[in-house]
Design a protein around this ligand. Structure first.
Ligand code: 3HC
Ligand code: NAI
Length: 698
């Protein structure tokens, strides 16, 4: 039974139990509607308490129902039904009262919360907006600005802030069950009647605040529609009589519900949860983690060490010598101080972590207590060899030995030890204490428990782990190499890097490929090309311009110059007026024909290359499913979340269309542009990447 009705004297207890998160599914809505009617008719029940079993109050509408025909009773009607009962109803809130869950609570007449409860309207993060009265009740209750902040920010507030705003009336200092019953008794004894948010007057308008917010949202969520529609709904609605205010909200909500952005964002939500569900790891226990070792305290190692400390692990970081160890320790302290400044931890936590949980040394023996060690030294096989040979000597039996290599063969690294079954790849992204993605790579002999431990570490750090097969670049960097080659070929043929960056940021990428190069450093690409030079095919197109820029010392941001120029006037970079001339000259010298590229062609070539290689990555098992590719590209490569990832985007764009584009580009270069067999099969058979996610055979 999802919803139960019971009596505790003259108090009705309406219990909701719909695991895992009490989502407002059709069953819950219908059960709750019936229980509310029963309370209304139950003459001797004077107050009702709505309460939820399990880990949370209702965490929102059931988003697995989105995109399917809506089934009555509808959430807005249920909220109104609660609100119009002529006897007090208390919502007793714990866990996360989110979205439609918070809207149900706003329909109740009184709200009491446990001290650790959280509240939010995250609908915009799913491409919709509050659709059950949230845009109208919340501003009336807490005021315009705080309501707009919650509705457009999509974040959560804690119980103390909710009390301060008047969103809840009381906080239960101890047991919520007991406190809600006392509250009911208090209401009965004091003769309190029902209250309704919709009866409150609309808050005063502030055009300046609204216009400022609109401008910020348009900039921050470039390309997305939900945030601006949500502001419209609040403002338009508050100017209308309450029933019309609610009706226009519903209209805008349904419009967003039917948008491709909603379907992309819901896909991203479920895909991020599905990546951890791997049949090969079902029932496999991860090893316990108390202490983590890190070898190499450069860019990545310090970030990984900080992420470990922030996740409550003891961390031992080993560097080459004591000077390097001292520098690395300072870098870790700096990251933790940054976390304290952002309010993630307190300054005291920062000091406690550094003094009690962290050790930085040049002595490898210190790693003997680590349950898992992540190697993050230079990307050179001979250095990795030294490190893994040393780890083999000192690590305790059963410790997982992980490499953070970007491209190297994890099998070869595993063979550098006498315990290849304990070796995995853990490919973090920079900055490692912030980026949520980790690719977890198994080598041929890796034991499932070692892989499960990699997933366990990611969970502990609050990161998203994606299983990736062992190949050059794994999932993300392998696909990146391919679409980057498509971009470089366009530059060789006449496009400007700025034009490419502009077209792709307009498409929605956080950054274009050349701004990314500058951030990472042009040395990285150069060294990778050097490493791969022996295997280069005679028809591979070499981005000579990138090599020249490297040779000129234009290494990117760190050098003040790369594709862009960085200085005090433009710390984020400005275009170099001389670059186009430099490129034209280089093309002439190399005997290359120049031509003009339009924005549409740039995006089409870039995306076709990405989807094509992604299809190969899925076909050869490097990614378990298309959704794993989407999660990698969304969380590691700045792919616009509201487009759902390249595989979702490809399905939406039409696979046949992408195949036709590739065939068209192949007329000019049939070495690079070869249709991936999986893509071709799906396009020919009318299949989709989404179908593969569900287990369909191609
Ligand atoms: N509908 C359906 N399923 C949901 C769900 C929802 N609203 N929220 C979570 N789930 C599912 C997850 O898919 C997951 O399923 P799985 O175990 O099969 O993978 C399971 O519940 C547990 O979720 P998490 O792994 O995310 O658990 P956490 O404990 O880490 O987080 C949470 C819990 C904070 C509630 C988080 O799940 C969350 O943020 N959920 C989404 C909340 C949300 O966006 N609500 C608004 C929905 S839109 C809406 O309400 C429209 C309304 O205005 C009309
Ligand atoms: P880095 O050059 O910033 O740091 C490497 C560190 O390793 C240096 O501090 C060096 O002193 C130390 N080191 C070298 N040999 C050592 C040894 N024998 N024992 C202990 N310490 C030693 O390099 P970065 O960028 O941190 O990269 C490290 C690894 O992570 C590489 O394999 C790289 O491919 C990978 N990676 C890098 C990413 C990035 O964005 N920088 C992203 C993901 C992976």
């Amino acid at each position: 039974m999802t919803v139960t009705y019971a009596r505790d004297g003259d108090v009705a207890i309406i219990g909701i139990d719909n695991p895992p998160v009490n989502a407002a599914s059709v069953g819950l809505r219908s059960g709750l509607g019936q229980a509310i009617d029963r309370f209304a008719d139950d003459a001797s029940a004077r107050v009702a308490i709505l309460e939820c079993a399990g880990r949370t109050w209702i965490a929102g509408a059931d988003i697995s129902e989105f995109g399917k025909p809506a089934q009555p009773p509808y959430l807005p009607d249920l909220v109104s039904a609660i609100e119009t009962v002529p006897k007090p109803i208390i919502a007793a809130l714990h866990g996360t009262a989110l979205g439609g869950g918070l809207e149900i609570a706003l329909g109740a007449h009184y709200r009491i919360a446990s001290g650790d409860a959280q509240f939010g309207l995250p609908e915009v993060t799913l491409g919709v907006m509050p659709g059950a009265g949230g845009t109208q009740r919340l501003p009336r209750l807490v005021g315009l600005e705080p309501a707009l902040e919650m509705i457009t920010g999509g974040g959560r507030i804690d119980a103390a802030r909710a009390l301060e705003l008047g969103l809840v009336d009381r906080i239960a200092t101890d047991d919520l069950n007991a406190a809600s019953r006392q509250y009911a008794r208090f209401l009965i004894d004091s003769g309190a009647g029902p209250r309704s948010c919709m009866q409150l007057p609309p808050p005063p308008m502030n055009d300046e605040v609204v216009e400022g917010l609109r401008a910020r949202m348009a900039q921050k969520h470039r390309g997305q529609i939900a945030h601006l529609r949500a502001i419209d709904a609040v403002i338009d609605g508050l100017k209308l009589p309450s029933d019309q205010g609610l009706a226009q909200e519903r209209e805008k909500f349904l419009e967003l519900m039917n948008s491709p952005q909603r379907s992309a964002l819901i896909h991203a939500f479920f895909a991020e949860r599905a990546v951890a569900r791997l049949p090969e790891l079902a029932g496999v226990a991860a090893r316990d983690l108390a202490a983590m070792g890190v070898v190499g305290g450069g860019t990545m190692g310090t970030g990984i060490a900080a992420a470990g400390l922030l996740a409550g692990l003891a961390v031992i970081l080993v560097e080459r010598d004591e000077t390097a160890a001292g520098k690395a320790a300072n870098a870790v302290a700096h990251i933790l101080q940054g976390a304290a400044k952002r309010g993630k931890i307190t300054t005291t936590d920062c000091e406690t972590l550094m003094s009690g949980m962290f050790r930085c040394t040049s002595d490898y023996n210190a790693l003997s207590t680590a349950d898992l060690v992540v190697e993050a030294v230079f990307e050179k096989p001979e250095v990795k060899q030294q490190v893994f040979a040393a780890l083999d000597q000192v690590a305790k039996p059963g410790a997982v030995l992980a490499t953070n290599t970007s491209y190297l063969d994890v099998n070869r690294i595993a063979q550098m030890t006498g315990r290849p079954s304990d070796v995995i790849g853990l490919h973090f992204f920079s900055p490692a204490h912030i980026m949520r993605l980790i690719e977890v790579i198994g080598a041929d002999k890796t034991r499932p428990e070692a892989l499960a431990t990699g997933f366990g570490l990611a969970r502990r750090m609050g990161k998203i782990a994606v299983r990736a097969g062992n190949c050059d670049g794994f999932i993300g960097n392998r696909i990146l190499t391919h679409y980057r080659a498509a971009a470089d070929a366009m530059v060789l043929d006449g496009a400007s890097p700025y034009q490419i960056d502009r077209a792709l940021t307009k498409f929605g990428f956080a950054m274009g490929p050349y701004a990314v190069s500058d951030l990472a450093g042009l040395d990285i690409g150069f060294l990778t090309r050097q490493r791969k030079a022996p295997d280069r095919h005679p028809r591979d197109r070499v981005p000579v311009f990138a090599d020249r820029l490297y040779e000129m010392g234009r290494l990117g941001r760190k050098a003040g110059r790369g594709y862009y120029i960085y200085d005090d006037a433009d710390p984020n970079g400005r275009e170099d007026p001389e670059l186009d001339g430099f490129l034209s000259q280089l093309r002439r010298q190399s005997g290359l024909q120049q031509r003009v590229f339009g924005e549409e062609e740039i995006v089409s070539r870039y995306m076709a290359a990405m989807v094509n290689e992604a299809a190969r990555v899925v076909a050869d098992g490097t990614a378990s499913r298309p959704l794993d590719v989407d999660v990698v590209m969304l969380n590691g490569y700045g792919f616009p979340r509201w487009r759902g990832g390249p595989m979702h985007w490809a399905d939406e764009s039409g696979l046949a269309q992408i195949v036709a584009s590739i065939r068209n580009y192949a007329r000019q270069d049939d070495h690079f542009w070869q249709v991936a067999p999986l893509l071709e099969t799906l396009a020919d058979s009318g299949g989709s990447f989404a179908g593969l996610n569900k287990g369909d055979k191609p």
